[in-house]
Structure formats: C-alpha cells, structure tokens
Unconditional design. Sequence first.
Length: 353
Amino acid sequence: LQEVMPESAQKFLIIRLSSIGDIVHALPAVSALGRALPGAEIHWVVESRHAPLLDGNRYVHRVISLDTLLWRKKLASGATLATIWRTIGDLRRERYDAAIDFQGLYKSALIGWLTGAQERIGFVEARLREPAAGVFYSKRVSAPGREHVVDLNFALLEPWGVPNTSRADWEFPLPRNRDDDEFVSQALAERGIKDFIIINSGGGWQSKCWPPENYADLIRLCSSEFGGDFLLTGSHAEEPLIERIVQESEISRARYFPSTLTQFISLARRARLLVGGDTGPLHVAAALRTPVVAIFGPTSPARNGPFSLQDITLWNMGSIDYTRRAVAAGYIQGISVEAVAAAVRRRLESAHG
C-alpha cells in the first residue's frame, strides 16, 4: 500500500488471537502504532488463555478475550450462540476505523469483517495461512522482501505511516507484576537456586521438538561446565515428557519448574540462558533479551527465530512433515548433542564472560 490512511482513523482493533509466540511477535508493531499515533485508541481481541500476555500493556486500551475453542466445541448450544451474538454486537458498537488482522485465518478475518470497520487490513493471499481469508479484507499488504514475522507485522501498519524500527529498538511490553516476581523469588530460594539455565523441550507438536533423550544428554554434558541448575519448563500436558528428561539426565540439579505464563516471564528474566525449539517460551525469552540457543527443525528460523545477532540457532530443515496433523511425525534429527552443548558454551561466554 502506498497511500496513507486519513488522520481520522484513530480507533483500531488488533486481531491476533493466538498463540504465545505469535502474540509476542505482534507486540513491536502494535507498540510502534501507539507511539506513532499517541491519540489513537487501540483494542486487541485475543484468546482468553493468552490474554495475560497483554496485562498492563500501555499501548492497548482494551483487551477483548474470546474462547473460540469452546465456541467450536459447543456451537450448537444456545448459550454459546448468545455469547457469540453479544460479542459481535459489542465489537460493532465500537465503530472501529480499522481492523488489522495479524493472524490470517478465516476466523480472524471474519472477526474483522463482522466489526463493520471502515478498513480491514491483512496480508495478500500468498502470505496467509488460509489464503481465502483475504476475501474479508478491504486492503491487502504484500510486504515484499520481508522475512522475519516481526518485520512482516510492521508492514500491516504502513498505511498509517508507522515506520519499522531497527531490531534493537523493537519494544516488547510484556507483563510484570509483584505477585509473579515474589512467587519466583520464593520458589528459587526454597530450592536454593541462584544461577540457572532454562530448558524448554516442548514445541506445540512433535516434529518441532528435539528428542527428549537428547535434552537429557545435553544436561549431563553441560553439567560438568555449568555449576548452576537446569530448570525444565512447559505446560501441564508436557509434564510427563519433562519428568522423563529429568530422570534420564540423572543430574540432581535438573528439575521441573511448573509455572503460569506470567510466572514464566518472571523466571525467564532471571535466567542465564534458555535452550528450546520454535515455541512460545523461546520467543518470550528472546523478547526479554534473555540469551537463547534455539533448536529449529522444519520451521524457518529466518521467519520465526530469535532476532538478536548474539543468539545461536541450530537448524536442520530435513524432510519432516511439521504440521500438527502429520500422520507419522518424528522429532528433529541431524542436530547433535555436542553441537548444542558447544552453542550453549559460546552463548554463555558471549553473554556473561
């Protein structure tokens, strides 16, 4: 888009429903919008389970939480239909000047269309996960030459003259509150932990994950050089996998650290390093400028990876089907434990000496 939208477009709806990493990657663009148009009113529609990521965000004036997963499960329910109807009515009453779809799905594009916003902005079909969703947009952005998803997100705001800042200046206003900081401080003190590396072994689906036995071997190998603890993090569903890694590592300083999303953010702020794959916790750590060693499989680190020039990414694209629905998904192969351990050593040295 070459033209600049009129100055009267001052009420925006940001549509980025999920997931954790994708919401994190949208934060710099939305922050830049708030700085460029300080008089604008910015609302954000997001899945309820991810809404805590927007707590206290000074650029977002209203957070609208939806539970589309529950809606789909109980779509035939009268209560669900009534909730959907009320939500649509609430969005339409806001009279948004622009709805900006950062997600590119049918449901996100449809939400923008249902608001009745004057402008409905999204990417061209070639950049959409569900290309037909583009039919709901009034304007489509092509973003030629942009590869990293944060850079892509900035392209959606060019119609309002919002410039893409340098990567060093990307702003990630992630939440921070006293309760979470106190919880983490107390939990670490009770365990006698002062210095630690976070190991986040999950990845949404298996083909984005490094084999669990590799993580166990990595902990054993690194424990001889790193005198601190290894804290394994992940969702409740990933707990059996985490416990397996802890047991197989046979290192007493390796332990599971369960937490909420915002507690994890507090934990990541204190970590020496995070090791993990293409998943939300790694993107949170990168946004916090926590040193990162990333292990990528079929997804592209050029698009999703950590953006600090000091962070290290090991990548083996392979031929794995990395979709959620893969029939015979495997773990990431071709990245050795020794290679990751060497990356850990280099990243700790560059960050901490």
